[in-house]
Design a binder for this molecule. Structure first.
Ligand code: R5P
Length: 289
């Protein structure tokens, strides 16, 4: 029986004060359902609208490439500095501490490796993403590759349908094939295609004219770091992407293949969230252990 003692009448009704009806902070996300917005707010810092995703899903196509041979030794110490972790379910279950309290962007397609034809992938069951409490699922789309374009777009479609059903955002990952031009026209097309097919976040690559790629993509874009660069160049890449309107980075090799991965991810974070200039961030990298 409910306690009926001392039920006090309400007094503070705020009559005349409008209820807050602010829009949601993230580009193109205002009309999403609560579960989606809640998960996006874990991935993107509401104070800056940006994120530093630490990507270490590389083993799913590359195996134990440099920097991810021992996730427990190389990646786990970096987790505290990341806003979000991008990894496969295998590594998530076997190596990522369940006490990490970081949102997971789950690599949700699988099926090929660098030894064969890439991108003939299938999408994992959404129930598994729910079980591991994923805050987003990531699916590759190979726009412009005649052999796999249609099946990867179908994968994205499936992921979006299932993600919508469970309130889990989908990140469309634009693939880069050897025959694809790495320019703003191509990345603009690939990013827009992902968004039009329902992706809530797009991961693509920085290129000259990136502000146009961002402007015509209706949802937030994060950039992959790509192959390892000298630290100052990688920080410059992140800076230019952010200045062009990117909502963050999904960076792997330029962090975990750095000589000082912990310093690097913190320097990248300062570029992303505080707008540090590349030289300032490089100084920070040098000063940190
Ligand atoms: C590649 O297998 C993955 O999609 C990576 O998560 C992505 O390319 C980001 O990693 P990186 O910064 O090393 O390119």
């Amino acid at each position: 029986m409910a306690d009926l003692d001392d039920i006090r009448d309400g007094k503070e009704y705020g009559v005349g004060v409008e209820q807050c009806t602010d829009g949601f902070f993230l580009k193109g996300s205002n009309n999403l359902d609560l579960g989606m917005k809640d998960r996006l707010s874990r991935i993107f810092n509401p104070a800056t609208g940006r994120t530093v995703m630490l990507a270490f899903d590389h083993g799913f196509i590359m195996g134990p490439t440099s920097g991810v041979e021992r996730i427990d030794l190389s990646i786990v110490p970096l987790i505290e500095h990341a806003d979000c972790l991008m990894c496969t379910r295998g590594v998530l279950r076997s190596l990522v501490p369940p006490t990490s309290r970081k949102p997971i962007c789950l690599r949700a397609d699988a099926g090929t490796s660098i030894l064969t034809e890439l991108n003939h992938n299938v999408v994992i069951d959404i129930q598994d993403a729910v079980k591991v409490n994923a805050s987003a699922i990531a699916v590759m789309v190979s726009v412009g590759d005649a052999a796999t374009e249609a099946e990867t777009v179908a994968n994205l479609y499936q992921a979006v349908d299932e993600g919508q059903a469970y309130g889990i955002p989908v990140m469309g990952v634009t693939a880069v094939g050897k025959d694809m031009a790495r320019d703003a026209r191509y990345f603009g097309l690939a990013s827009r295609l992902c968004a039009e097919n329902g992706a809530n976040i797009v991961k693509t690559y920085y290129t000259e004219g990136f502000e146009k790629v961002v402007a015509c993509c209706p949802v937030p874009i994060v950039i992959a770091g790509g192959k390892k660069l000298p630290e100052l160049e990688a920080l410059d890449l992140a800076y230019r992407a952010i200045q062009s309107g990117a909502a963050g980075v999904d960076m792997g090799r330029n962090v975990f293949q750095s000589e000082k991965p912990a310093a690097m991810i913190q320097a990248v974070g300062a570029v992303v969230h505080q707008g540090l200039k590349p030289a300032e961030a490089f100084q920070m990298f040098n000063d940190l252990k």
